[in-house]
Design a protein. Sequence first.
Length: 264
Amino acid sequence: MDDVNRTDRLYAIREELRRAGRAGTTGARLARLFEVSERTIKRDVSALQQAGAPIWAQSGPGGGYVLDASASLPPVNFTPTQAVAMAVALATLPSGSPFAVDAAAARGKLWDTLGERDRQRAQRLSARVWTRPTPPRTSRGPLPDGVASGPAGQAPDGLAPVAADAPAPAPAVLRAVEQALGDERALVIAYAGRDGAVTQRTVEPILLAHTGGRWYLVAWCQLRVAIRWFRLDRIADAHLTAERYVPRDVASVGEPPAGSAPVA
């Protein structure tokens, strides 16, 4: 147990020196912080140095220890949308993936890097990005595109797995959809139905949903005056408008399928 405690303390000392930056910190302060003697701190620092940690001793009054800047990463700053993008990547890991527990911990740390205002914005956006595991193949075929699966507008079920050569949504389309959802601005899309016919729609995004291995934009369609699901890979073109809208509650889409959840 003593060895375990010392290992933890060595790691904590290095982290404390990293946080202290160029100013460093004194052995006396480290001793008080970790409730050990200054002699113990001196031995621990020596052990870190022998292990290759670039820790330097400052002489003179107020002297102490400094971790070389080469061993310390600069502060990492994320925008709210970047934080949500990372959360999406972590949330869409296939079920049973290695490091899933660590991924969940990383997501929490990612949120901690945000300031209060950015965290609130990221939380609002992530609440409108939902994922669920790929459902098993069933005999039921996929529903027509742009049509809700039931009176409540529930997510389509029974979707076949996406083929390896399935087309990916165009980057410009993805960017327009992301901005429309984040900025609460109506979006004009050119949407190709299953029969290949392309229709022009003005939509008000409600959420993005990942199900059956595909991404869908769930939105209020002004043409149909109803909630519709649009496969992102069938949106041929998308343009933001200046029209603002009040986002409909996610609950208006219907009861989420089993296993689905917001990304953070």
